[in-house]
Design a protein around this ligand. Sequence first.
Ligand code: NAD
Length: 434
Amino acid sequence: MDVSIIGSGYVGTTAAACFADYGHDVVNVDIDEDIVASINAGESPVHEPGLDELIAEHAGDRLRATTDYAAVRETDVTFLAVGTPSREDGSIDTSIVEAATESLGAALDSKEGKHLVVVKSTVVPGTTDELVAPTLAEAGDLTIGEDVHVAVNPEFLQMGTAVENFRNPHKVVFGTQNGDEWALDTLRELFEPIVDSADPAVVETGLREGEMIKYANNAYLASKVSLINDIGNVCKEFDVDAYEVADAIGLDPRIGSRFLRSGLGWGGSCFPKDVAAIIAAAKSQGYEPPLLEAAVEVNDLQPRRLLELLAARVDLEGVRIAVLGLSFKPGTDDVRGTRSLPVVEGLLARGAHVVAYDPVATEKFRETHPSLDVEYVDSAAAALEDADGCAVVTDWDEFAALDAEFDAMARPVVVDGRHVVERREGLEYEGLTW
Ligand code: NAD
């Protein structure tokens, strides 16, 4: 099939490269000329394992990029994969979706034959039929359901494993208007190679249900982590190891063993944004979701718990504290929503001299938070040297292997927020929930 994808970030580029690899002809449309040039030069504009290779293989052949929306007229189906950031109040900012939809509608104005527009961006229920469809209709003088059909196909990939997740999804969701058979047939044909090879569940549902499934998925996972963190905090009060408890409860198939690692909480570009967005959307309808609000509250509490554990052992004023890890999870340099920020801010507020180390995320963190008075170093050993305490924030593998490096500390107080440090002997060690 001929496919166009609007937006070439993590989602749009991964989808484009993978669809090209499955034999479709794909064009990426992005307003950023550098991104377009990068794809056409055979290089991925985002860092994801395996993506460079796929783009190098298909660029100039089944994959190309352009800033010109006219390219969509040569395609059968267009995915919208632009960003949906948070506003101050947590609600999603749909202005990028709206702008891209206007450009798309205008470009489709002069297209012969039917076209399918698929919303892949994460949007709250009602966005596709109340914003995308009318905007398309108006911008291109198009009749929805005749000239243009709309559908949703939320994306569940995770950063760091985007290609692998796209190729082997646990489910693909097709949301359509009133079971629109033409839209469904188009989506089935497009996804046939993935469905044939990976055998995911195929969920055919309504537009709003499709939009909501994405939020429910992320809200559930975030809440599961917050629940085990809440339980973990109770465990700590009773001197109980929350990891032993989690291992046991995870044996119950109704609970399952994944997402039961208690600690500093969740971050990244999706969980905080999506949980905030669905809470704000619920409130806009007059419903305040207490459990989802509590999930956020527990997540905000965890860095404070870590700081309290550290402060109980070390007077933080004027002393050197090592912070190990700045990225929101291992394997990425992404610092959006990272729990390291409240830890660093809390330490600075208590007068500590913060010495931070991360294997890959230091530059991003420094650039994002230029006003923070932090000393950045290029190894865990350098961070620990002469430190009076240490906060372990990200579960990078290399922190598990730390050993003699702790001996260089002025005082070996280690508060581990991720259950990653293996050495315990000779340390004043505190686990966050164990
Ligand atoms: P991103 O910010 O990395 O990429 C968005 C791209 O859209 C950018 O390259 C930008 O230049 C481009 N763009 C902006 N305005 C445009 C316009 N008018 N026309 C064409 N291109 C335009 O975003 P992302 O991380 O790929 O996320 C996209 C969507 O997918 C979001 O709704 C996000 O919530 C959702 N999502 C993201 C992930 C993830 O892990 N990143 C996972 C699942 C779902």
